[in-house]
Ligand binder design. Sequence first.
Ligand code: ADP
Length: 300
Amino acid sequence: MASSSEAEILRVSQVIRDRWKIKSKIGGGGFGEIYEAADLQNHNESVAIKVESSKATKQVLKMEVAVLRRLQGKRHACKFYGCGRNDEFNYLVMSLQGKNLADLRRETPRQCFSLSTSIRIAHQILEGIREIHSIGFLHRDIKPSNFAMGRSTSNQRTVYMLDFGLARQFLNQKGEMRSPRSAAGFRGTVRYAAVTAHKNKEMGRQDDLWSLFYMLTEFIQGSLPWRKIKDKDEVGRMKENVDLNSLLEECPHELHQFALHLRTLGYLDTPDYDYLDRLLSQVERENGITQEDPFDWEIN
Ligand code: ADP
């Protein structure tokens, strides 16, 4: 606590609702804090608890809870164990996963993943994005730190989608597309944001997929051309004017087709997820990649 300017919301050994005992802090992002805790009512099973101060100006945990509840049963969603609020904080209890993909990439010697790891991870993220879109929500902050590998033997090869703090419903109660707003504030993370977000326009389903595309390119090549640029507008212009041939220099040609499909899509269009899935399968086939290949972090 000495090193952080703000006091932490929970302390080690604190017990929430007579059930979850806080063990350690594992993350503190933009909006909340994430802790590992032991479930006293279930053999001390490890869980993750996300908390947000009741005084936080932007209350997003309610949205996260709503999205995570609707995602229950989907392959790439954490299990929902409970939620609640008191005078001090709001909390969400979910299954605890392993390392996020940003940390895993940082730990590699060249800051990149092998083609096999990159493509298979991207394939799972595509499925995850399809799952959240299927319940009528956009994620709007697709980036490596918002995906984690499972941590038990049964799920350590599965990718989990985290953080629905910026999610937005794109379907109304009747299941129709909500009309786009003429202007929307920038949401997301500059490095991975789609051009639509840079332009402060309403994001659509293709924009989550643009972020996946940038992630995948970075996984394979180790960096993106705008990596060192701080100015959001400058990054937006670079993305808009990017030459796909030079951006994708070391990538399989299917990624070019991936981007060309995204370029055809506007807010109202449904992306052709099957086509994108087939492109990734084709890369796997052409490069002899199989599901049994070890992931980079499994090799030692
Ligand atoms: P914020 O909205 O504050 O950025 P996130 O939900 O993105 O918080 O979580 C921040 C980090 O905490 C993630 O990058 C991940 O490393 C870790 N984390 C979040 N949820 C879990 C979880 N269920 N299991 C394991 N780690 C998690």
